[in-house]
Design a protein around this ligand. Sequence first.
Ligand SMILES: Cc1ncc(COP(=O)(O)O)c(C=O)c1O
Length: 424
Amino acid sequence: MASNGPSDAASPLRTSLPTHGRSAAATLGEMFQRKASDAEWLKGRTFSLVYPTGRADVDAILLEANVAYMFENALNPLKFPSLATMQREVVNMTSSLVNAPSSSGAGFSSGGTESIFLSVLVARERARVERGIGHGNIVFPESAHPAFAKAAFYTGLEARATSLSEDFTADLAALEAAVDENTVLIIGSAYGNPHGVVDPIEAMSNFALDRGIAFHSDTCIGAFVLPFLERLGIEVPPFDFRLPGVTQMSCDVHKYGYSTKGASVIVYRDAAWLQHQVFDYDVWPSGRYRTASVAGARAASPIAAAWSLMTYLGEDGYLDIMRGLVTTVATMKDGISALPGLRILGNPIGPLLTFTSDTDDIFAIADVMDDHGWHLNRIGSPNGLHMMISPLHGLYAEEFLTDLASAVANHGPSRGIGAGYNGR
Ligand SMILES: Cc1ncc(COP(=O)(O)O)c(C=O)c1O
């Protein structure tokens, strides 16, 4: 059977299982040969997808925890009570970070997209049961992550995206105009991915509260950033359960919580709402089948890794990392703003930012950066280059800024690679 999936330079794409096995050395040799064509995130070349701390002790904990649980299955907590306890603790620790009230309930999921899916499902079910809504809609500023539109697609809801203000945060008037009696969920982001700015969560959630509509504060990025910026005395707009209108929040441990992939938490103001994300089936010959998230069999290592890292670092560990990150972000921001024509969009107060050029074609500058091996995401309206800065970038900020200065000074016409392209 032919396959059209991506290949690489190292070896041709296989289309069937090899007839005979081979040595471990040959197998792993080929794997690492293929891996050599991947982005060099360990050298600070990527600005999304991976969130490296650059700390050997952190990586060692993550490695050990992943290996210790790589064969277990988180589907059945009765067989692996250690997993159930660690999962409970990850969920509790994360909930407390975002000031969830004692009435709250939360679940573990595989990532931001699954947390968002569960949140949308719960909003739909609550609206059906409590308000009799059969064909609902969800309303979000267009900067919200596509996971919301995807969740609406999966759950049969209408997705309504509304325009942004000049500072790239949600335009309140546009949002309010899109809401009607069938709206089951309003969404704001802290941070929004495209520009790294925080929506006016307070005003948005107050509006939702007045209308009796659920409000999701998407802190997939912010949950492990904003609380620590606040503790460092940096002014942070309200974004969490301290706002009475915030009913649910998505919090990714696998982004700025620095755990390996597969770890996110969805938190609800009222633990009773969790029942709406549970699938309970009892007519199967094999017995009762009850799950609280999308997957059946579930990887156990993300739970072990998230729990180990969170308890290893603790508040002071995260604060230490945040202090360094704040310095790196300031270096990047100052360096970018000092270059002729370059301007940072909006007012990003954290580790995400997008910059554009008022004088040059920013995508032509990106082409030269590609040639230097830097993976900057190209975003549109307006055209810009997007960075999610991680602690590791502290080691490479000067090199990055030197290459950027040279790209600004010496670039040709753009090769015409459009927005949406994620590095080379
Ligand atoms: C603001 C925001 N929400 C949700 C997501 C989705 O998270 P994931 O990729 O873990 O599914 C992302 C991903 O970058 C994000 O930036």
